[in-house]
Write a protein that binds this ligand. Structure first.
Ligand code: FES
Length: 169
């Protein structure tokens, strides 16, 4: 009788330790992706790549033109979602400025209205002056800018994930 009780207790202990071990193992398995998702943005440096968006001669002085390019971090799997756009201005002094095409409110694509000299957002009526600062509507801040350069006769934009602030060279 005593022996049966000892065996039963020993089995109970074993099952309890086994359950705890299994529970701990499951917690570790579930925790790895969560910890990875929390730590990954801290250690992952955002990729930036210079992309040619046209020849210097494609940009007339004083013109603001829509350019399209592939995002810096797009993989082969990304398809059309890898495509991005920006507004490039070649001002009358020969300087280039590149504005993000995404509204700083909720990210809708803005368009340049040449006659009004304003960027307009169709989603909630956001309006930006020609220098990208907010003129009206809900956008909380100016249009973001990409770095831009002329190299070997090509105009190049430093692409990055959709910028929320100005990207420095
Ligand atoms: S997304 Fe542009 S105003 Fe809302």
């Amino acid at each position: 009788m005593k022996e049966e009780k000892e065996i039963s207790e020993s089995r109970r202990n074993f099952l309890m330790k086994f359950s705890l071990g299994l529970g701990g193992f499951a917690a570790v398995l579930a925790g790895v992706p969560i910890i990875g998702a929390l730590v990954q943005p801290l250690i992952h440096k955002k990729k930036q790549t210079w992309r040619a968006v046209g020849k210097l001669s494609d940009f007339a002085l004083g013109e603001t033109k829509l350019v399209k390019f592939k995002n810096a971090e797009s993989g082969d799997w990304a398809g059309v979602s890898a495509n991005s756009a920006a507004w490039v201005r070649h001002d009358v002094n020969g300087k280039f400025i590149c504005f993000s095409a995404n509204c700083t409110h909720l990210g809708c694509p803005v368009r340049w209205e040449k006659d009004a000299e304003l960027f307009m957002c169709p989603c909630h009526g956001g309006v930006y002056y020609q220098d990208g600062t907010v003129a009206a509507g809900p956008p909380p801040k100016s249009l973001a800018q990409y770095s831009i350069r002329v190299k070997n006769g090509n105009v190049e934009v430093k692409t990055a994930p959709i910028p929320l602030t100005k990207i420095t060279a």
